[in-house]
Design a protein around this ligand. Structure first.
Ligand code: NAP
Length: 279
């Protein structure tokens, strides 16, 4: 299957549709289904996998480690450091622990999960240390708004940022006002988290009708909306292979001007600046 890609500032292309893993690895009864879901996603080219030390306090990273065992080279692996660990030494130590849980020697992208008590300059310096040591290939941020991004670009090495992962979906379009255009201008991808609003969008009857009219599933329509934007990567979480397969179909949805207008009517774009929302 041809995978749509998004270009990192380094020039490297990564899958535009990946796999989220929050709340995976927590329940042993779901273990086999979750491993199968992640592996099916890799088979379908959705080989950007997003995890974090926070998810299940390491349980998600351990699950991902198991799913990618023997297939590490196929995967663009993303993890995140807790803000309370994001000091100069704490970031390096947290990364070492994540690598161990993931059973790998390197991360493809390491993100600051959200802004905390440590200055951005300190975390960036730690990221650069990790990069020089070959422990991470790229670093980025998460939940940073437009003014945070401006501040980041002003700290030493801050312009090395490779991505900003933020909440973005049909029902959370605030970033279209300022952050998304700013990121597009910088040439730094946005990673859209909770792209189906943690399944809430899938229950919207009006969206279901629109999806049916276009012969696609609601999840496919919601994901196609996100993927229609330049420089945006979507990372839906799906704990079952059938849901992963459904999501992969989003890449085949043709988003016409008529469909964009219909989606705008259901979920209007922002008319003013709003604070960045988080889940
Ligand atoms: P999400 O991806 O919007 O929604 C996940 C939910 O949707 C799950 O209940 C899943 O069910 C269901 N689902 C997915 N595809 C489906 C389909 N085709 N049909 C029916 N149900 C479907 O929410 P999310 O997990 O919050 O966000 C995605 C990822 O973004 C996370 O897993 C995490 O990696 C990342 N994230 C990052 C942050 C941050 O602060 N940086 C915050 C939140 C999330 P099943 O599991 O049963 O398949």
């Amino acid at each position: 299957m041809p995978m749509k890609t998004v270009r990192l500032p380094s020039g490297e292309d990564v899958p535009a549709l990946g796999l989220g893993t929050w709340m995976m690895g927590d329940d042993s009864r779901k273990h086999a289904d979750e491993i199968a879901a992640l592996r099916r996603g890799m088979d379908l080219g959705m080989s950007l996998i997003d995890t974090a030390e926070m998810y299940g306090e390491g349980a998600s990273e351990r699950l991902v480690g198991e799913a990618i065992a023997g297939r590490r080279d196929e995967v663009f692996l993303v993890s995140k450091v807790y803000p309370h660990n994001a000091s100069r030494e704490g970031t390096v130590a947290a990364c070492e622990r994540s690598l161990k849980r993931l059973g790998t020697d390197w991360l493809d992208l390491y993100l600051l999960h959200w802004r905390g008590q440590y200055p951005l300059a300190e975390t960036v310096a730690a990221f650069e240390t990790l990069r020089a040591a070959g422990k991470i290939r790229h670093w980025g941020v998460s939940n940073l708004d437009a003014s945070d991004m401006t501040e980041l670009m002003g700290v030493p090495g801050g312009d090395g940022v490779a991505a900003n992962q933020v909440l973005y979906n049909l029902s959370r379009r605030g970033i279209e006002w300022d952050l998304l255009p700013a990121m597009q201008e910088l040439g730094v991808p946005v990673m859209a988290y909770s792209p189906v609003e943690q399944a809430k969008l899938l229950k919207d009857r009006r969206l279901a009708t629109l999806a049916a009219d276009h012969g696609v599933s609601v999840a496919q329509l919601a994901l196609a909306f996100v993927l229609d934007r330049d420089g945006v990567i979507a990372i839906p979480k799906a704990g079952r292979a059938a849901h992963v397969e459904d999501n992969a179909g989003a890449l085949d949805v043709v988003v016409t001007d008529e469909l964009r207008v219909a989606l705008d009517a259901l979920y209007p774009p922002p008319r003013r600046a709003t604070s960045l929302e988080m889940i």
